[in-house]
Design a protein. Structure first.
Length: 280
């Protein structure tokens, strides 16, 4: 059985940067709290917990005087609340997410109604909406926007950074068709993460020449979920959080297995998966 990894997979530079910052903070301050999980990957969160990094739900639950903002970022309002409590901030917001936050803020300040293509309940999207003030809304389909009382005269469109390129383009195209001449000015800002796009492209190429794909990543990770969405139409695809979830029956009659990993999946988890597959 041939086992082949995607050319691009696993921890992105934003998550690696966050891990480095948190390890440095632990050495300096001892135990560190993060506002939510640093990334949506159970194994990564458990590994960091062993080093003294623990997630909390809100600033009011902070026990220490230092609090880390995760890779997904947060809202200006939350940052103001943290400052008001006299808590020091360690900001591990991914630079790509920060760029999207800046784009959202600039559009809103210029008077645009901002539509974010993304999951409204995702922490990154909540942060992006916070940077639009009261001028933003999030949606995954144009049907969710049909309840507008009136079409905005100035419309800005951007995306959650981990969405797929094809899905964002389709959404933007449909939204342009829907508002048509009713909008005087429209701006579409490409806030997609190019690293994530490269991983998705590599996964798609690999899925096209294998008999089964294994995606290892967090069950609630947006980017891991998109890898499954991309590969599943091409070949049998399974999402696992760890090597222990591998079922040997999946590989009956299979001669070529493809492997990819979400952008928050630890290197150790990928290595363990490869070892498990090679043992079959």
């Amino acid at each position: 059985m041939k086992i082949e990894k995607a050319e691009r997979l696993g921890l992105c530079f934003g998550v690696r940067r966050a891990i480095t910052l948190l390890k440095e903070a632990v050495r300096e301050h001892g135990e560190i709290e993060t506002l939510g999980p640093v990334a949506h990957n159970r194994l990564l969160v458990e590994t960091l917990a062993g080093l003294g990094v623990s997630p909390i739900e809100s600033p009011e639950r902070a026990r220490g005087r230092t609090l880390a903002i995760t890779t997904h970022g947060t809202t200006p309002g939350v940052l103001a609340e943290i400052a008001a409590r006299g808590i020091q901030v360690i900001d591990t917001t991914c630079p790509i997410v920060r760029r999207a936050q800046k784009a959202a803020s600039e559009l809103a300040e210029a008077g645009f109604t901002v539509v974010i293509f993304g999951q409204a309940d995702h922490s990154e999207v909540k942060g992006l909406l916070g940077h639009t003030g009261e001028r933003g809304t999030a949606a995954l389909s144009v049907e969710q926007l049909h309840d507008w009382e009136r079409i905005p005269s100035r419309l800005g469109i951007l995306s959650q950074t981990t969405q797929t390129r094809s899905a964002f383009m389709a959404f933007a195209s449909q939204l342009v068709s829907m508002v048509g001449p009713k909008t005087r000015e429209m701006r579409i800002v490409n806030t997609l993460c190019q690293v994530t796009q490269a991983q998705q492209d590599a996964a798609m190429r690999l899925a096209g020449r294998t008999q089964i794909m294994i995606v290892i990543g967090g069950r609630y990770s947006a980017n891991a979920g998109h890898l499954v969405e991309i590969c599943a139409p091409l070949v049998e695809t399974h999402l696992v959080e760890s090597a222990d979830e591998i079922d040997a029956s999946w590989f009956s009659g299979k001669e070529h297995v493809g492997v990819t990993a979400g952008a928050s999946t630890p290197d150790e988890a990928v290595d363990a998966l490869m070892a498990r597959l090679e043992s079959l």
